[in-house]
Design a protein around this ligand. Structure first.
Ligand code: BES
Ligand code: MN
Ligand code: ZN
Length: 499
């Protein structure tokens, strides 16, 4: 048993689940005609309470359905939470993760709880033991962490210990370690996104990044506004001008492969608050705009995990950190600004600020010599209109890179969907006075935003991930409170594991 970051012992065991002394036993049950195998054995020991609840119609094993039994007898654990997984054949990585989280989040409402878990063997056709173990460990670490960061009493607490019951535990230790690293990275992201804009602004975000760099032994370079002026980053600096908080760019470098091997760049939008500027947002749209730095936070989470896992890849992260505010010095509608690559941009909407920030950071990353770029940005409400709140929009100039990322998403159980990049969108960004304007017409807004970004990546293979929907949950669910979701972290780590 290895001690894992910040508190707990996570292990796997071949001991029968009913013999494990713990505060909680979580039993994940698939919806089959008859409960059998390992879950059936537990139910036998329990005197058939799960089958009886199903017979009565009190529990159907639907996805994320919960049945909580307190102070049970027959098993060594004190309390039991039964979680539905839905039909075994339909249970994929997403369903498994949500089920594990739904169960574990019941078990951590008291401090210092210990938990054991058993998962219906009938899902083993889709999901391997190491996937189970990794997802378990990830969920144990990430599950208790919610958005209530400023409360005196937080609702959920880190586990004291967690044990996954498996028929065989050969080679499982590594999967448990990986899962804990992934869960920890997700917690870093959620914490940054959930903290407020008076707490996380460009300088404090940069300080957090520097701390992560120190912990993970990454090279770290921070550019301030003087550097940015020298780099002629007129687009980013225009957005930053309205704020009292000076902008920052943070570059983090991880070298896990040879100097001749490819280096991937991840570019993150780090707008620490998006008021909209003079194209000001209405209150209801502005309220969650502390989360407009989720792309930057995600990039940090990914590189911290990649470094902790010592993956054999080269990865550089570039985050553009600004606050989009209103003041006598703020950029105006009609202004023309010059981006780092010389492109002049007429400002038609100061709320289309993310693409201006990314324009300069993308061209900086390209000139820094990265071989491919993935950008992450809460870029457009239009993408949320197109795909809903849970799907990441994927825009690319390279089908190979596109496939690499969507394959990883499929393996991880995150929803990604390809978006068009046809040439006919290009004239929509034409300006009468400058090389282009920063917004197109109303329709196709997620695509014209991506076409704008494309102007700044040159020939470099590039994927733009619009995470405006999935980065933030407006309402809570059994597996996740409202707030930052750490979406895309698992997929991007998977990209670098290249399994
Ligand atoms: N940060 C917003 C996009 C956003 C919207 C993120 C909803 C998360 C949830 C971005 O800066 C923005 O304001 N985009 C505008 C673009 C428009 C002015 C072309 C939008 O989506 O309305
Ligand atoms: Mn905006
Ligand atoms: Zn924004």
């Amino acid at each position: 048993m290895t001690e894992r970051p910040c508190f707990m012992a996570i292990s796997a065991s071949t001991t029968s689940a009913h013999e494990i002394a713990a505060d909680w036993l979580a039993v994940l049950v698939a919806d089959t005609s008859e409960i059998q195998e390992n879950v059936g054995q537990i139910d036998d020991v329990l005197g058939g309470v799960i089958r009886a609840a199903m017979d009565r119609g009190d529990f159907h094993a639907k996805p994320n359905e919960l049945l909580t039994l307190y102070q049970t007898s027959g098993v060594a654990a004190t309390n039991i939470v039964v979680v539905g997984l839905g039909a075994a054949a339909g249970c994929d990585m997403r369903g498994l993760r949500q089920g594990m989280l739904a169960g574990l989040r019941i078990c951590c409402l008291q401090k210092e709880q210990s938990v054991a878990m058993i998962v219906d063997e009938s899902i083993s056709e889709n999901i391997s033991a190491s996937q189970l173990a990794e997802t378990f460990s990830d969920s144990v670490v990430a599950g208790p962490v919610d958005a209530d960061v400023y409360k005196a009493e937080i609702k959920r607490h880190p586990f004291l210990s967690a044990t996954l019951c498996l028929p065989s535990i050969d080679g499982i230790e590594r999967a448990l370690d990986t899962g804990a690293t992934v869960g920890t990275a997700c917690n870093v992201v959620k914490d940054l996104v959930n903290r407020t804009a008076n707490d996380i602004y460009p300088q404090t975000f940069a300080a957090c990044a520097a701390e992560i760099a120190e912990d993970c032994q990454l090279e770290c370079v921070i550019l301030d506004e003087t550097h940015m002026a020298a780099e002629k980053m007129g687009a980013l600096l225009a957005v930053a001008r309205g704020s009292e908080k000076p902008p920052r760019i943070v570059k983090l470098m991880y070298k896990g492969a040879g100097s001749n091997d490819e280096t991937i760049g991840i570019v993150g939008k780090g707008v620490t608050f998006d008021s909209g500027g003079y194209s000001i947002k209405p209150t209801d749209s502005m309220i969650s705009m502390k989360a407009d730095m989720a792309g930057a936070a995600t990039a940090l989470g990914v590189i911290s995990a990649v470094a902790t896992l010592k993956l054999p890849v080269n990865l550089s992260v570039y985050v553009g950190l600004v606050e989009n505010m209103i003041s006598g010095n703020a950029y105006r509608l009609g202004d023309v600004v010059t981006a780092r690559n010389g492109t002049t941009i007429e400002i038609h909407n100061t709320d289309a600020e993310g693409r201006l920030v990314l324009a300069d950071v993308l061209s900086y990353a390209v000139d820094d010599g990265v071989d491919a770029i993935i950008d992450l940005a809460t870029l457009t409400g239009a993408c949320v209109v197109a795909l809903g709140e849970e799907i990441t929009g994927v825009f690319s100039n390279s089908s190979a890179l596109n496939d690499r990322i969507t394959d990883a998403a499929a393996a991880t159980g995150e929803f990604f969907w390809p978006m068009p990049m046809h040439k006919h969108f290009e004239p929509l960004l034409k300006s009468d006075v400058a090389d282009c304007k920063n917004v197109g017409p109303r329709w196709g807004g997620a695509v014209t935003a991506a076409k704008f970004l494309e102007k700044f990546v040159g020939e470099t293979p590039w994927v733009h991930l619009d995470i405006a929907g999935p980065a933030w949950a407006d309402s809570g669910a059994a597996w996740q409170d409202s707030g930052g979701t750490a979406s895309c972290v698992r997929t991007l780590i998977e990209v670098f594991r290249g399994k």
